[in-house]
Design a protein around this ligand. Structure first.
Ligand code: CA
Ligand code: CA
Ligand code: CA
Length: 144
């Protein structure tokens, strides 16, 4: 039993150490483009719907708005949600127009249920790497 109890402590210690080392590395913030703003005019309008439709038809990954590396109806749903309910950047996770603790909470909600939206590093899986990336962005004030 004594040996068994050592394992979690070692894991926690190594996670802590790797987290500490990562904090020393320079953080590159995500580009602050608005998600779904294909024509980069700062708003989601009808021409963005048309652009999304075009990329969707082409099977382009530019149409993959929910970041699950698949182009399907879910992406159309996200595009219409952006159009009708407001837009946001990658840092503005809850799309309320500001980057604050609410985004951190929303990211954690998405991360712990394994939502593809939490795939912030774009590698098609939701894992500790995404948690690490978003928390580094967040603690370094990206988007503020
Ligand atoms: Ca998708
Ligand atoms: Ca926000
Ligand atoms: Ca990922």
């Amino acid at each position: 039993m004594k040996f068994r109890s050592l394992l979690p402590v070692t894991l926690i210690a190594s996670l802590f150490l790797s987290g500490g080392a990562a904090a020393l590395v320079a953080v590159t913030c995500p580009s602050e483009g608005i998600i779904g703003d294909y024509n980069n005019n700062g708003a989601i309008d009808y021409s963005d719907l048309a652009a999304h439709s075009y990329y969707y038809g082409q099977g382009s990954m530019r149409a993959d708005l929910n970041r699950d590396c698949q182009i399907n109806i879910a992406d159309i749903s996200v595009m219409y949600d952006l159009y009708y309910n407001g837009s946001g950047t990658l840092m503005d996770f809850n799309r309320d127009g500001t980057v604050d603790i609410g985004d951190w909470i929303s990211f954690n909600d998405a991360y712990f249920v394994g939502s593809s939206f939490a795939n912030v590093n774009g590698d098609c899986t939701v894992d500790i790497a995404d948690f690490s990336v978003y928390s580094e962005w967040f603690t370094n004030g990206c988007g503020q």
